[in-house]
Design a protein around this ligand. Structure first.
Ligand code: GAL
Length: 846
């Protein structure tokens, strides 16, 4: 007995010693997060685990690590983890513990942003919709029922992380947690209660005793010791609310989200790199890309409303998990350059001096002799040559040069050393005989969804109901149905002149069926107003209105109360004017969801599928089903929904999200090439105007078998599913890059040894590498050393060109996966004296 107790004590002691050895002490001071007594310069990137699959996580995390990240930042998605009160889900894409452990295995840290309000273009900002029905609840304010639920969920997550020993204080990877999210942006709308709510949030979080610091983003009044952090396209001007807190940036928007009906936003990497470099130049030590991998809004998880299913975000890793080049590569180089400055950066505040108008130097100099400098040109128009410590430096407009030894340039944000690679959708014919669409069409079966009320749980109510309160978001769909008797009322029955049905809705889509026929439809974010000319008959008429939500609001004060659905007025007017009948106040019949949702057409087998031809197409409200073979290879899979209208799709029972290829981006605001110089805004750089916002929809490979996969879709507006194509997303085979004589040499060759650097590091190099390891460079489509013009894909020779350009590049590159060519007259000869020359190359791999 005594022996047993002794053994136990020894064991406990051993555990404590091991724990002490692995547990990290995370604190902070004015300069940085401090891990085990050492200040850290950290580079972080957001990956939201439910926006990809557990099978994708290891690769995404590895690509993040290879890109130079130290930290993965993620929100925690309450609505996914607790879809029904007290019924938790930590499986599959919601396996948070697995995600955090994978990050740990890769040797990276985690910033866990619990929220639990997260915004994030996520349905209802991450709140489960049942929360709305808690008696007496008011969201995000000093309200007991809300605080109780918020505390319960936050505690649940913290306890789970503790149980799994995932906090750094326990030896795990989590070095920082966030409570709330950007409340400071909207708190004035909540009056005095906002102050007490934020104080309560802070002390509630602290009481959970995670052993690591907490942050609040966009919260200038964050109480000590919460670190208030910055979100935005730039945060170099930000200062935390206490001199004892480090300057941290929790969301640097690497691009922007896409909305249905909108053109695609993108953010040039030169500007993104500029923003990052400016932040570290101005004393920052922690920066996070929102997003580093954006991913996909599967199922009905997108918020908004009207946020697309793709959450690509123009992030360094694209929606499908492929590297976006040169964005990923240029940022990787930037991270290396920043890390070369780490010793100096953490030691001191920068000394900032002006080098002329719009020109700024920041120097970090330590007593032990390290010195790092950042030289910035914040002008938007003119490049500059600046003199710094007696040397001259070329600074393009809107750029920062990083000098890890205060002498040599390791990196300039506007000078890209990484090649551009395009990605392409490769359509695959899925049948061995190359199945034409007609053949494929014969493999489709269908079920018509009844128009109007068809389910037993339909109910009657006088007046028009708000949709979220009625459906509790169990479905996107709500039927509003009315039977009217038109008794010889000539005004509404006049031949040739139709009656007009006026409908007003809070969104997002309305289909109006009169006597079983689609009479009109419309969509809008928060307001739809329709005047639909209709034909009525003498006697009984039916008005069936199908209202469809496309994601619930996720942002703004009181976003939870904006509402949706047909709240009226709804009136029937005679076309000639004069009489009008108010329909809003009548007795309506309601049906939440579709019959096909209740019978589980997406996930279960049904004997109702009809496979005899002809397949009905271009008709509203039809369920379609087909089987298909997985596209060959291992590349990510996408379905092109062109030809269909709008709806939801499932592959092997998994919802791949809402599709809507007929949602067309407006015509304004797009530019072929967007000038990266000058302040970025979400609508500064747009592409894809006048085209469908999203045609391709990601199907994770792990959801597919080799053959016999089922695709089910519910088509709302009418389309032709036989036009759907399956394919893979591939890194294109083209590489191109232009490197000038004024580019810094590759950052990988950096050395602090000045002797070596003088010999080998002085010249820039153009490096190419085929993205796929089995590929080699097979042809050089363009090569010119001199003054080549244009951009990737459209290079032309300038007046100055070395005649050896093509043969030299061919010799260096063809037949190899990668090649490096020094950009200098030593290699190419001198085609024109006194001019800064560039080498532009376009190559293809196969
Ligand atoms: C921020 C918010 C994020 C996300 C982002 C836009 O304001 O904190 O959750 O919504 O905007 O993508």
């Amino acid at each position: 007995m005594v022996q047993g107790r002794k053994m136990k004590m020894i064991l406990l002691l051993i555990i404590q010693i091991v724990m002490a050895a692995t547990a990290a002490n995370v604190t902070y001071d004015h300069r940085a997060l401090v891990i085990d007594g050492k200040r850290k310069v950290l580079i972080s990137g957001s990956i939201h685990y439910p926006r990809s699959t557990p099978e994708m996580w290891p690769d995404l995390i590895q690509k993040s690590k290879d890109g130079g990240l130290d930290v993965i930042e993620t929100y925690v998605f309450w609505s996914g983890h607790e879809p029904e009160k007290n019924k938790y889900n930590f499986e599959g894409r919601y396996d948070l513990v697995k995600f955090v452990k994978l990050v740990e295995e890769a040797g990276l840290y985690v910033h866990l942003r619990i929220g639990p309000y997260v915004c994030a273009e996520w349905n209802y900002g991450g709140f489960p919709v049942w929360l709305h029905f808690v008696p007496g609840i008011k969201f995000r304010t000093d309200n007991e029922p809300f605080k109780e639920e918020m505390q319960r969920f936050t505690t649940k997550i913290v306890d789970l992380m503790k149980q799994e020993k995932l906090y750094a204080s326990q030896g795990g990877p989590i070095i920082l947690s966030q409570i709330e999210n950007e409340y400071g942006n909207i708190d004035s709308a909540y009056g005095a209660a906002a102050k007490s709510y934020i104080k309560w949030s802070a002390s509630m979080a602290l009481s959970l005793d995670t052993g690591v610091p907490w942050n609040m983003c966009q919260q200038a009044d964050a109480p000590d010791p919460m670190i208030n952090t910055c979100n935005g396209f730039y945060c170099d001007q930000f200062t935390p609310n206490s001199n004892n807190k480090p300057k941290m940036w929790t969301e640097n928007w690497s691009g922007w989200f896409l909305g249905f009906g909108d053109p695609s936003p993108y953010r040039p990497v030169q500007d993104l790199a500029f923003a990052v470099a400016r932040f570290y130049q101005r004393g920052g030590t922690f920066q996070n890309y929102y997003m580093y991998h954006g991913g996909t809004n599967f199922d009905r998880t997108s918020g908004g409303p009207l946020i697309s299913t793709s959450y690509d975000y123009d992030a360094p890793i694209d929606e499908y998990g492929l590297l976006r080049q040169p964005k990923w590569g240029h940022l990787r180089d930037l991270h290396k350059a920043i890390k070369l400055c780490e010793d100096a950066l953490i030691a001191t505040d920068p000394t900032i001096t002006s080098l002329g108008s719009n020109l700024e130097a920041a120097v970090y100099k330590t007593s032990s002799g390290s010195c790092a400098a950042f030289l910035a040109n914040v002008g938007t128009k003119s490049d500059a040559n600046v003199s710094f410590n007696g040397k001259s430096y070329h600074l393009p407009a809107w750029s920062v040069s990083i000098l890890p030894d205060c002498k040599n340039v390791a990196f300039n944000t506007a000078k890209i050393n990484s090649a551009t690679e395009s990605t392409a959708y490769a359509r695959q014919s899925l049948k061995p005989d190359g199945g034409s669409s007609a053949e494929l069409g014969s493999q489709w079966s269908y079920i018509k969804e009844p128009i109007g009320i068809s389910k037993a749980d339909a109910f009657l109510k006088p007046g028009l109901l708000e949709q979220i309160n009625t459906t509790a978001d169990k479905s996107d769909y709500l039927w509003y149905s009315l039977r009217m008797d038109i008794k010889g009322d000539e005004t509404f029955l006049d031949e040739g002149s139709k009656a007009v049905l006026h409908i007003e809705s809070l969104g997002q889509v309305v289909y109006a069926f009169i006597n079983g026929k689609l009479a009109g439809s419309g969509h809008g974010k928060q307001k739809i107003s329709l005047d639909i000319p209709i034909n009525l008959v003498a006697g009984k008429n039916t008005v069936d209105l199908l209202s469809v939500t496309v994601g619930l609001a996720n942002y703004g004060a009181f976003f939870d109360l904006v509402g949706a659905g047909i709240t009226g007025p709804v009136t029937l007017k005679s076309a000639k004017g004069g009489s009008s009948i108010d329909l809003a106040s009548q007795q309506w019949t309601y049906q939440v969801g579709l019959k096909g949702e209740d019978t589980g057409l997406a996930t279960k087998d049904s004997s109702e599928w009809v496979s005899k031809s002809p397949l009905p197409t271009k008709q509203p409200l039809i369920w379609y089903k087909t089987t298909f073979d997985a596209p060959s290879g291992s590349e990510p899979v996408a379905i092109d929904f062109t030809g269909t209208g709008k709806g939801i799709a499932w592959v092997n029972g998994q919802s791949i999200g809402r599709y809507w290829p007929t949602s067309i981006a407006g015509n304004g605001g797009c530019t072929d090439s967007c000038d990266y110089r000058g302040s970025y805004r979400a609508n500064k750089c747009l592409k894809n105007c006048g085209k469908p916002s999203q045609t391709l929809y990601h199907v994770p490979r792990s959801w597919l078998k080799q053959s016999g996969n089922t695709l089910v879709l519910f088509e709302e507006m009418g389309g032709d599913p036989t036009q759907i194509s399956f394919g893979t997303k591939q890194t294109g085979s083209n590489l191109c890059l232009m490197v000038s004589q004024s580019h810094p040499p590759p950052v990988d060759t950096w050395t602090f040894d000045s002797k070596i650097s003088n010999r080998n590091r002085t010249r820039p190099v153009l490096s190419l590498q085929c993205p796929v390891s089995t590929q080699v460079i097979t042809s050089i489509k363009f090569a010119s050393f001199g003054t080549p013009q244009g951009t990737c894909g459209s290079f032309t020779r300038g007046s100055c060109n070395s005649s050896r350009s093509l043969s030299l590049v061919q010799k260096a590159c063809i037949g190899s996966r990668s090649c490096n060519i020094e950009v200098s007259t030593r290699v190419f000869g001198e085609p024109c004296r006194g001019v800064v020359k560039s080498l532009a190359v376009e190559a293809s791999c196969s």
